[in-house]
Design a protein around this ligand. Structure first.
Ligand code: ADP
Length: 396
């Protein structure tokens, strides 16, 4: 079956058409600046040249129509007719406590996703726009919602409850949800296979280190803890997000600089983390270059990042009473050998021993540890779109 995977943001829409039998992405692309005067469609057929079209996409429905036109185009299309698309898989950011697994989209499911809008006001409404636009343009084609939060719904209360009065959980469902669940699920399963472990009897830590970054503890195939929380702001230091800070800092900054809550939240989400600390960039390629040129703030930002990752790993080893395997994934985890090497330096006490030559690998699945290492450490590239396509086919 050919599955169209849609990841719809407020002004962008990423897509892939995946052949579920071969698991090949027949085409990948993105629509950017939807709703603005000039929007852009970038479409790359498998094995072909990227096509870039500047046009106006006044809303997501227009954008999806353009995607469907690109997929069936005589020159750069990859299917003859839309009838070849057997299903659509939608990434949905927040499923709250309602969705512990993916769901076939029905009117009730749309309503339940809407009920979670409160928990992800920037993301869920955009995801719903994509769902509705596809429903209008592809009548009768089954659709599945795959939630970022679902994999972490197996966390026990002791890891998801905050130290707040219980009423806040009861009344408003304030708790840890965790994100990047599709990636943590995909990578932990693959890590078990790759390391020759029985997933049902394994202790795996997944380090999803991208621009947004999170770590999870996966015990016997189930997430029991993760570093992101009520929102994706908490846990690790990220590209532009602060990660965990003392909440009192918010009040302190507000008083010192007469800033509103909105301004401070914007600062914590978009102007902090690696970018804010280094004053160079949120991108680890720039940080590495700056470090090579002796930039001390870049080095410090890097050190803070690595130290935080190592501390979360330590915490999750305690939570699972041990660890069999640690996986590095996403943009930084798959590509930055220095991050991996320095994180692993902190893990000597676990008997982690990595081969520094193998660690120079980029973006490919590879076991990094030497045969005598007590814990296996590997690069396991994530593929959230393929995971969504698999879920979609499995459900249908
Ligand atoms: P997200 O999906 O959260 O936007 P990605 O997983 O795509 O992020 O990761 C993007 C990040 O990966 C970039 O910001 C950059 O820091 C990092 N990255 C990509 N390539 C490299 C590389 N060759 N070396 C170091 N870091 C890299």
């Amino acid at each position: 079956m050919k599955v169209l995977v849609i990841n719809c943001g407020s002004s962008s829409l990423k897509y892939q058409l995946i052949d579920s039998e071969t698991e090949i992405a027949l085409a990948v692309g993105i629509c950017e600046r939807i709703g603005q005067d000039v929007s852009v469609l970038k479409h790359t057929p498998n094995g072909g040249e990227k096509v870039v079209k500047e046009t106006s996409m006044k809303n997501h429905e227009v954008a999806i129509q353009m995607v469907l036109d690109a997929l069936t185009d005589a020159d750069h299309g990859v299917i003859k007719s839309l009838d070849e698309i057997g299903a659509v898989g939608h990434r949905v950011v927040h499923g709250g406590e309602k969705f512990a697994v993916s769901s076939i989209i029905t009117d009730e499911v749309i309503k339940a996703i809407e009920d979670c809008n409160d928990l992800a006001p920037l993301h869920n409404p955009a995801n719903l726009i994509g769902i509705r636009a596809c429903a209008n343009l592809m009548k009768g084609v089954p659709m599945v919602a795959v939630f970022d939060t679902a994999f972490h719904q197996t966390m026990p209360p002791k890891s998801y409850l905050y130290g707040l009065p219980f009423d806040y959980y009861d009344e408003y469902k304030i708790r840890k949800y965790g994100f990047h669940g599709t990636s943590h699920s995909f990578v932990s399963k693959r890590m078990a296979e790759f390391a020759g472990l029985d997933l049902e009897n394994s202790k795996i830590i997944v380090c999803h280190l991208g621009n947004g970054a999170s770590i999870s503890a996966v015990l016997n195939g189930k997430s029991i803890d993760t570093s992101m929380g009520f929102t994706p702001l908490s846990g690790l230091v990220m590209g532009t997000r602060s990660g965990d800070i003392d909440p009192s800092i918010i009040e302190f900054i507000s008083k010192k600089q007469n800033k509103s809550l909105d301004e401070i939240m914007n600062l914590l989400n978009k102007g902090s983390g690696i970018q804010g600390m280094s004053e160079v960039s949120s991108d680890f390629r720039d940080i590495n270059e700056a470090m090579d040129n002796g930039n001390e703030k870049a080095r410090l930002a890097f050190d803070v990042f690595v130290y935080r990752v190592a501390k979360f790993i330590g915490g999750y080893v305690a939570a699972m009473n041990g660890v069999d395997a640690i996986a590095f994934t996403a943009g930084v985890g798959e590509n930055d050998h220095k991050v991996r090497a320095e994180v692993c330096e902190y893990l000597g006490y676990l008997g982690v021993n990595i081969d520094l030559d193998k660690n120079m690998t980029r973006g490919k699945e590879v076991m990094l540890t030497t045969p005598d290492s007590k814990v296996k450490v590997a690069i396991v590239p994530t593929n959230e779109e393929l995971a969504i396509a698999r879920e979609t086919v499995a459900l249908l």
